[in-house]
Design a protein around this ligand. Structure first.
Ligand code: PLP
Length: 391
């Protein structure tokens, strides 16, 4: 076998995903891209804020740009800018040593998983969960375990406590959530903090909390609470992929709570992994985001689309929890076989992702990072699919 045995299954999964995208591309070629309603991708279509273009232009037109390697954890002044911003936002004092600039949130998650996990140890995540976590766990050679959420996709602390074992090293959270749109409240985070303290005592080891927050600035009528306030042994992960619509520029960071157990050691190990794998995060993107701290895309655009989609699907008889943030809707499939339902949607030229890919069979995910017109034109197809499914 020319490839590693452990890769066989992963190649199968990625060829399934590729096939899905190829199928979508074929439909677009056949019917015209405007007649295919592609809700399958979490790729932001809202342009970056105008400040981004100005900062980028000034940088390119100035004479301070250099294209050499940066320090492994990132330019010092960039980490300082992030540390200052986070310090204000969370009421804590971060030093630049606690920040590592990364290749997106994906790079940060990979760094942390590899830096903290020994083979055979477990990461616990509430389900449904973002599919990337399976891949990052695979790369780190560790086990991803799940704990169910409540019917509204909010945390179930008792289920989390019951799922923690002596092998649990990391608890992984994602709020606002992909795929469900849930935003966890301060009270539920505080309860989770208590669970993690108790479990760390019980098993006589420190369980760290990883809070993956690339959608933090995309929330509706709700402030995303600071997870740092709920549990000090926390590593925050974020990126500019969604909050500045810079997904392709691959820039993000990780930040270790100043009071986390062995905070400096944890940040240093994550920085070392970052250097080993990618040398440094893209230098120009680091320089740009340093000047855009606190600036984000206009979330009201996503909110308008959420409302448009939710109103239309509700009228067509779909059941779902209203997303509180991010740009995903996670409705119940009207039939238990979500893959079959996705195929029915495809007959109406609607592309979506089955919930089984997120550990939640019987649901499906729609990304509303699409133009309003895509939503408007797709609604009749959603209605017909519902009728067809119930026949
Ligand atoms: N975490 C979640 C929950 C995501 O949805 C994504 C991307 O969609 C990522 C991490 C990776 O984001 P990035 O582009 O910052 O690597």
């Amino acid at each position: 076998m020319p490839i590693a045995e452990k890769m066989v299954k992963m190649v199968e999964v990625s060829s399934m995903i590729r096939k899905m995208f190829e199928e979508g591309a074929k439909l677009k070629a056949l019917h015209g891209p405007d007649n295919v309603f592609d809700f399958s991708l979490g790729n932001p279509d809202v342009p970056p804020p105008p400040e981004f273009n100005k900062v980028l232009r000034d940088l390119v037109n100035g004479d301070s740009l250099n294209h050499g390697y940066t320090p492994g954890p990132g330019h010092l002044h960039v980490r300082k800018a992030v540390a200052d911003y986070l310090g204000n936002e969370h009421g804590l004092e971060f030093t630049p040593e606690l920040i590592v600039m990364t290749v997106g949130a994906a790079g940060a998650l990979n760094d942390v998983f590899k830096a903290l996990m020994n083979p055979g140890e477990e990461i616990l995540v509430p389900s449904p969960y973002f599919v990337g976590y399976d891949q990052y766990s695979f790369l780190a050679d560790v086990t991803l375990k799940t704990a169910p959420t409540n019917a509204d996709f909010h945390l179930n602390p008792a289920a989390i406590e019951a799922a923690i074992t002596e092998n649990t090293k990391l608890m992984l959270l994602n709020s606002p959530n992909n795929p469900t749109g849930a935003v966890y409240s301060a009270a539920e985070l505080a309860e989770l903090g208590d669970v993690l303290e108790r479990a760390s005592d019980k098993f006589d080891k420190r369980i760290y909390l990883i809070s993956d927050e690339p959608y933090r600035k995309i929330a509706y009528d709700i402030e995303v609470p600071s997870v740092f306030q709920a549990y000090p042994h926390t590593i925050l992960i974020s990126s500019y992929s969604k909050e500045l619509s810079l997904a392709g520029e691959r820039i993000g960071y990780l930040a270790v709570h100043p009071d986390a157990e062995d905070a400096q050691l944890v940040a240093g190990a994550a920085a070392a992994i970052n250097t080993m794998y990618c040398v440094n995060a893209p230098s120009m993107a680091q320089l740009v985001v340093a000047q855009l701290q606190g600036i984000s895309v206009d979330a009201s655009i996503y909110r308008r689309r959420r409302d448009l989609l939710c109103r239309g699907l509700s009228e067509a008889g779909y059941e779902f929890n209203l997303p509180e943030g991010a740009f995903y809707l996670f409705p119940k499939s009207p039939i238990s076989d979500d893959v079959k339902f996705i195929n029915l949607l495809q007959e109406e030229l609607i592309l979506a992702v089955p919930g089984s890919g997120f550990g939640a069979a019987g649901y499906f995910r729609l990304s509303y990072a699409v133009p309003d017109s895509t939503i408007e034109k797709s609604l009749a197809g959603f209605k017909r699919t519902m009728e067809k499914a119930l026949r």
